[in-house]
Design a protein around this ligand. Sequence first.
Ligand SMILES: Cc1cc2nc3c(=O)[nH]c(=O)nc-3n(C[C@H](O)[C@H](O)[C@H](O)COP(=O)(O)OP(=O)(O)OC[C@H]3O[C@@H](n4cnc5c(N)ncnc54)[C@H](O)[C@@H]3O)c2cc1C
Length: 482
Amino acid sequence: MKHPRAPIVVIGGGVAGLATALAAAPSPVRLLCRAIDGTGSASALAQGGIAAALDPDDSPLAHTEDTLVAGAHHNNVAMVRWLCAQAPEAIAWLQAQGVVFDRDAGGALKLGREGGHRVARIVHAGGDASGAVLLRALLAKAQCAAHIQWRGGLDADALLLRDGVVCGVRAIDGQGRQHVIEASAVVLATGGIGALFACTSNPPGADGSGLALGMAAGARVRDLEFVQFHPTALDVSGAHCLPLITEALRGAGARLRDAGGRLLMEGLHPLGDLAPRDVVARRVWQARRDDGRVWLDASAMEGEWESAFPTVLAACLKHGIDPRHQPIPVTPAAHFHMGGLAVDGDGRTSVPGLYAAGEVACNGVHGANRLASNSLLEGILCGRRLGAVLAATPAAAGRGEHRWAERGSVLAADDLSRLRDLLWQTAGPVRRTESLRHYLLQLMAWPAQGWQARLAQSLLDAALQRHESLGAHYIAAPEMDV
Ligand SMILES: Cc1cc2nc3c(=O)[nH]c(=O)nc-3n(C[C@H](O)[C@H](O)[C@H](O)COP(=O)(O)OP(=O)(O)OC[C@H]3O[C@@H](n4cnc5c(N)ncnc54)[C@H](O)[C@@H]3O)c2cc1C
């Protein structure tokens, strides 16, 4: 096979970037990410696991239906059907890459249950360390794959276009030096935007920088208003990136209680503590506003802390809480972006030469609200599909005038912190039209227009355009108490 002259440049070392890079063989790939060792991705933090209809009583159809219900039927149905049908094969592929999933005493894969799933269908690895286990296996494969050249410690801040075709990347290293890398195609696999909110379960690097880059190049976006808020992050006062308290704990019997010890979800939803994430997140948001704190009581939980929830146990102990004997203080936190760069099923954006996979992309599979444990699955399946497409695609030719699509200047730390508070209060689990309008105008008048502020404007603008509540986008009536 004839290789294109320039490599495929993949930006991002999470599951989507790694799956894309691996599947692009034998085409040469340059894999860029910010951390030298591949840390700092949301993928590494994933706790619950990956959804797949593996139980004999389950089916891809049931998985499809649950995904559509969670997504408020705003999903791209064809993509959902494809994802759920391919899920069992994705698990087999991961096992072939060296991922060892947890098994029960009889040797069968252990299947967990999470909110919105009618049956147990979540496979996990290392208890609640699924993402870290997955990433370790894929990183090991990528680092010894002959077609992949790993470039850590680089922050991509501009895309090069010739004749409107993306054909390169500019990145800055830790010493502030610029590196220009010519590319036959550029893949953005840069993750989500959770770190733009004051409370998030995401790592600090999930700041929407790839989304901003794609938008600077003129790529179309979709569904920016849909942000999923996880109901239970550890309520650590003053912290921005909070440890997640996985939903699997509630799946194993832990219950949410208000400051007075009352069961928080009682009588509110037929699924109780395992109601859809947006429902639980709004209830926790309201109870914290009314009474101060909300607690996750794990005293009735079944299972071993050390083997099933080592990540949660360690995070709580680090903050002086022993969840085996004490309730865990929890808060909602920005968790997952359903919206992003609009892509087709193969990961093509509207700009030739520019592709996207994983959380930065929006192919519509998650609709207005993602079903738990469907995003690692999406990153792996869509990344592999995109990699295979790129391996078979000749380089897009652009030979004329070149221009740089630049992400733009970075907000100063104080302004960024103000922006996070503003987004949390205005575009968090509960939104009000008046305050969306008010803060959008305020943001447009900010003297310091960093790229994060422009991205936030686009999000507020998208939220204002959607007048009705749908999925994770919840608009409270002005007089309504939520
Ligand atoms: C705490 C937590 C728990 C989760 N649990 C689950 C779960 O159990 N199951 C599930 O399905 N999903 C889960 N999710 C969601 C899931 O982990 C993410 O949606 C998914 O991992 C995103 O993968 P990604 O490859 O798109 O992005 P990421 O894994 O975030 O990777 C992004 C990469 O891009 C790099 N990058 C970003 N910007 C730049 C730039 N400008 N230049 C260079 N590099 C850049 C980063 O360094 C990083 O390497 C969880 C998320 C969190 C935060």
